[in-house]
Design a protein around this ligand. Sequence first.
Ligand SMILES: Nc1nc2c(ncn2[C@@H]2O[C@H](COP(=O)(O)OP(=O)(O)OP(=O)(O)O)[C@@H](O)[C@H]2O)c(=O)[nH]1
Ligand SMILES: [Mg+2]
Length: 511
Amino acid sequence: MPRNYPLGKIRNIGIIAHIDAGKTTITERILFYTGRTYKIGEVHEGTAVMDWMEQERERAITITAAATTCYWHEHRINIIDTPGHVDFTAEVERCLRVLDGGVVVFDAVAGVEAQSETVWRQANKYSVPRICIINKMDRTGANLKRTIAMMEDRLHANTLLIQLPISTKDSFDGIIDLIENKAWYYDGNPDSEPKEGAVPESERDLCIKARETLIEKLAEADDQIMENYVSGNNISAIDLKLALRRVTLANKGVPILCGTALKNKCIQPLLDAIIDYLPSPLDMPPVKAVTVKGGTDVVRLASDDEPFTALAFKVVSDPFMGRLVYFRVYSGKVVARTEIFNSTRSKRERIGRLLLMHASHREEIDEADTGAIVATIGLKDTFTGDTLCDRSHPILLDTIRFPEPVISVAIEPKTRADQEKMEEALQRLTVEDPTFKVNYNEETGQTIISGMGELHLEVITSRLLSEFMVGAKVGKPRVAYKQTITIPVKAEGKFVRQSGGHGQYGHVRLE
Ligand SMILES: Nc1nc2c(ncn2[C@@H]2O[C@H](COP(=O)(O)OP(=O)(O)OP(=O)(O)O)[C@@H](O)[C@H]2O)c(=O)[nH]1
Ligand SMILES: [Mg+2]
């Protein structure tokens, strides 16, 4: 069966940022404008499709990374919306490990925040090419220039501004596309098309200067633009776009866009930029691995004709459906209801149903080919970070490493009936979440759960109740005080028992 989308037309991207920057709000607009949803979901109203978990809707924050797929201008975009809260940093880590590109979101008022730096470093670690959008341009105090300065200063980013905002004191109306030299106006109504217009007279000079800066910066990072620039040739919009793509893919610069997701402004140009500047699986270097026997280095090309290789990056225990394992296919393809090999654990596994995930909804598919990000039901012994492959070509991909938990609390079942259920539920949750650990302290008799922060553990206890129907309360871990001997002492004891037959006698001298 021919694949629906050629590899070059696939984008696997993650949306990453500090908490509340607007990642989910942007993703909801992407789903709407690509026709995936018919009504825009809002985080603050608890209707966001991507924040589907009960705890997410209650708190209006993202807790677990959610995957979805949409289509834009004949491209297929697989998106993972990640949480920004520091307690859920593992979700960002696992996503960046398997994604090809990133959209980094900034709040135009707050600029670069603590978690913006963390996610930026995580993206650096995996050399993920990225584009940035400065969101919330509608807010009073929004400042594009300051945010860009902060990005250069704190993230050491080579920023390539490709849009200028069109805004008055209290409204953000649209953008000037510096590449095409065109202005786009948005009225905020989600159903209205953006209107093309002239660059406002007042912005002309600024626009010429900003375009000149963009070309200079691109020339510094790209030989082809440099050549044209030096010889004074005309540089076309196409030349600029191709150069931006090369520079972004080489991680030598980041295109910067702006907009306001909440007011439905400038999402279409973001979608265009995802396609124009972020990598397809073909743009990524061949994936490196080692052979199971002998540990020699091997590579797998991004191609359906190579042996099947995938990395499991998320395990979710659904109380009704069982274990759902998410994986990214790096090479080859896999068909539903067939046998594969988990080379990390040397186990044969059977792929059951194959699912294309859309947040909590699932679409059953027959096969997953190179570049796909899908989930499956049926794998019993596969955990986060495991390599799945063709049994006749067993290789190992680099696994995913997670930070160690930093805080602990004691957890106690509310009733006797809860006891057994709690153990099982906690076990399942540790499989899902590599930054969540459970230990039994023999000395104090307490069950201790550890995680990345208070919110993390709070969410876990609330999930125990709502998903696993286990009542539990948390408290401080008890400390087992111990005594020690501080001065030398001498002691002596005797044991004598005479009750007929052989007597028993013991004598101990202790110092
Ligand atoms: N004024 C304004 N508010 C926005 C904009 N985008 C998002 N918001 C609001 O900011 C809040 C946070 O938005 P989210 O989309 O949940 O942010 P997030 O980055 O997904 O947050 P986490 O997933 O919890 O890290 C919500 O109340 C949104 O309505 C915007 O462009 N302008
Ligand atoms: Mg979110």
